[in-house]
Design a protein around this ligand. Sequence first.
Ligand code: NAD
Length: 256
Amino acid sequence: MLAGKTAVITGSNSGIGLGVAEELARAGADVVLNSFTDRAEDHDLAADLGRRHGVKARYIAADMSKAEDCRALIETAGGCDILVNNAGIQHVAPVDEFPVEKWNLILAINLSSAFHTAAVALPFMRAKGWGRVVNIASAHGLTASPFKSAYIAAKHGVVGLSKTIALETAGQGITCNAICPGYVLTPLVEAQIPDQMKVHGMDRETVIREVMLQRQPSRQFATTEQIGGTVVYLCSPHADQVTGTTISVDGGWTAL
Ligand code: NAD
């Protein structure tokens, strides 16, 4: 379905980004993987993905906390038809103790990078009369929790940015949407389980069900394949008129 299209996915050497790259490649798109590291294993990851799906795949190192790197990523890729802004980090602390440098870093990676990449990618999409911008926001782009001020501010910002890009590209064959995942079992989340088990004195299954998925009514994690499949849907002709909106993949979190 996506043969001949090129997708750039930021923050895609693990977790959701890698899952999205996998599903886009499965659908036939050439893919550009990215993170801020430049290790042999990053390039091997792309080569392996390309081989398995019979598509062109490469890895471009670029630090999404830096405006010039965000812009250079899209230029080095030669533009793209599909842009998935996925890079993101988290820090947890009350507002009055939140380190300023963490606030600035989270805003830069989780929000501003999507502005910079889109700014460079949109002219390439307009030239072809087709494009997809998919921003990976969060259930925290629609709701809040304490101690995650920077993350929540950035993710609400991503939802607003997505709507604005949708309005600026409406009728041009380009759509822009935000996907709002609930908890997805990625290496980032997996790493939190042992700590939570200690803090709460619970076994793995109980901590997952009663603590981590407490706000997710399905009490099941979403998977990286499901997020990737949602991106593929947004790139399909069925979604030509889906723009400027959010799609929650959160087991009912935001219905509560
Ligand atoms: P992850 O840590 O597995 O992946 C984050 C990716 O971003 C990694 O590839 C990492 O290398 C990359 N990255 C971090 N800093 C970067 C930088 N400066 N420049 C370039 N790349 C950078 O985490 P994940 O859970 O897969 O999260 C991916 C996205 O999904 C994030 O935006 C996150 O906020 C969002 N999200 C995750 C969940 C979840 O439960 N896992 C839920 C909702 C939203």
